[in-house]
Design a binder for this molecule. Structure first.
Ligand code: FAD
Length: 411
């Protein structure tokens, strides 16, 4: 490792939540970091996307920038009620007196990703970390001594390490020759954000609702999750649905009215349809162990179980930890080991998270006859046997555990 490395900032491609966390986590470890971002500073990041922030993620953010986890807790909400309906009938409902638990941070908080990112931008300002906007990474050339990067604004950069946090279409991933492997959900899903009403007394209750085969929306599965300022409405398309036809203003007004009532029909703020990819890169690091992939550059997960941003933030923290040691290492072998350990841990975590999100997706798509039978049996027993209703309530989100890895225990 050359002694001049200590002066050169580590580069991060992408100012999404993962890139920003990587920069903060490097800064917390005394390593200078600079972010290169393809978009312009005045970009629009509308759409709530990640709303469910796990408690472990709050701890990580607080650790890398004191106050950041607290800001999210203050901004977010912890909904107290879980409710599930089956074909028009309630089969499970539970309200918790203390849904967040007694720890310093709640088990989770529900806050739109746009707000999370705004807090991260504030944290970067406080830490004095620069984002170079309109500065897309175009080429990446790594060698045993470091990385040469060219960006769309014509600049050339030398860095000891590059973290590729440039999202699902990652240029960094392509440049190091890594490839996504995996598959795609069969069904499409429509995801929309609905604003809260001005009149607090008229508000839909703060509950996370899952409705199987909701007769009011043509027998489709519906999920409703509150976050600060609004609700996430998720509708699972059924066979023969053309999602493009369903996301029109008129059709979405009908859906919102059917699920939440006419008073919400004008409150739709964002809608999009997805087929979810379930993929991960075949390697998270380059051959010279100088480039690390993190977040959606490394893996894409169906959102059930909320593992996307949460696991990306865990990648960011662990990438920063590895790079911080490698950056100061006195031998190349130690530096390489740290980066390889990062890959080993986070590739295992991604496999685990993919499997967990895949279980949720498989359950929702209902292709397995045994699963279909289990759901039907649980629905018929739910009136008399609470665990049957609880099973229906819990199953759409997949397993809850974090990857069983000797590390911080993060998702
Ligand atoms: C509908 C939906 C719901 C979701 N719900 C949840 C949830 O509840 N919980 C959860 O944990 N996750 C959820 N997710 C996933 C979450 O939104 C993503 O995992 C998260 O945004 C990934 O962050 P990232 O920083 O890796 O990538 P991005 O957010 O995609 O950021 C990548 C950044 O890199 C920039 N970039 C791209 N190319 C380049 C380049 N060549 N050079 C420089 N910069 C570049 C982009 O402009 C962008 O700023 C959801 C996603 C969707 C779509």
């Amino acid at each position: 490792m050359s002694t001049t490395d200590a002066d050169r900032p580590v580069l991060i491609a992408g100012a999404g939540p993962v890139g920003m966390t990587t920069a903060l986590a490097l800064n917390a470890r005394g390593v200078p970091a600079t972010i290169l971002e393809a978009d312009s500073a005045d970009r629009d990041r509308s759409g709530s996307r990640a709303i469910y922030v796990h408690g472990t993620t709050l701890h990580t953010l607080e650790r890398v920038h004191p106050g950041l986890g607290e800001n999210l807790v203050e901004e977010g909400l912890v909904w107290p009620t879980r409710r599930t309906c089956w074909r028009g009938k309630e089969v499970f409902k539970r309200t918790y007196d203390n849904p967040g638990g007694d720890g310093k941070f709640p088990h989770f908080t529900s806050v739109p990703q746009v707000r999370t990112e705004e807090f991260m931008h504030e944290a970067l300002d406080e830490a004095g970390i620069d984002i170079h906007w309109d500065c897309a990474v175009e080429t990446v050339e790594s060698s045993p001594d470091g990385v040469h990067v060219e960006t769309s604004d014509g600049q050339e950069w030398e860095t000891p390490y590059l973290v590729g946090a440039d999202g699902g279409g990652s240029t960094v991933r392509d440049e190091i020759g890594a490839e996504f492997e995996g598959d795609q959900s069969k069904n499409s899903f429509i995801i929309a954000d609905v604003d809260e009403l001005e009149d607090e007394d008229e508000q839909w209750p703060l509950e996370r609702l899952f409705h199987y085969d909701d007769p009011d929306v043509g027998g489709r599965n519906v999920m409703l999750v509150p976050f600060t300022g609004g609700w996430r409405l998720d509708i699972q398309c059924i066979e023969d649905d053309d999602p493009d036809e369903l996301v029109t203003d008129e059709k979405m007004r009908e859906f919102v009215t059917a699920v939440m009532g006419e008073e919400y029909a004008d409150n739709l703020t964002w809608v999009s349809s997805y087929k979810f990819l379930q993929v991960m890169a075949d390697t998270f690091v380059d051959e010279h162990r100088r480039v690390l992939l993190a977040g959606e550059a490394a893996h894409l997960l169906a959102p059930f179980g909320a593992r996307g941003m949460n696991s990306g933030i865990a990648d960011a923290d662990e990438a920063a930890s590895a790079v911080a040691v490698a950056y100061r290492a006195q031998t190349d072998a130690v530096a390489r080991d740290e980066v390889e350990l990062y890959a080993a841990r986070r590739e295992k975590a991604a496999e685990y998270n993919l499997n967990a999100a895949g279980q949720a997706l498989e359950y929702l798509q209902g292709e397995n006859p045994a699963t279909v039978l289990r759901k039907e049996a649980a629905a018929s027993l739910a009136d008399y046997f609470e665990p049957a209703g609880e099973y229906l309530d819990d199953a759409p989100y997949g397993p809850h555990d974090a990857p069983p890895i000797v590390s911080t225990g993060n998702y």
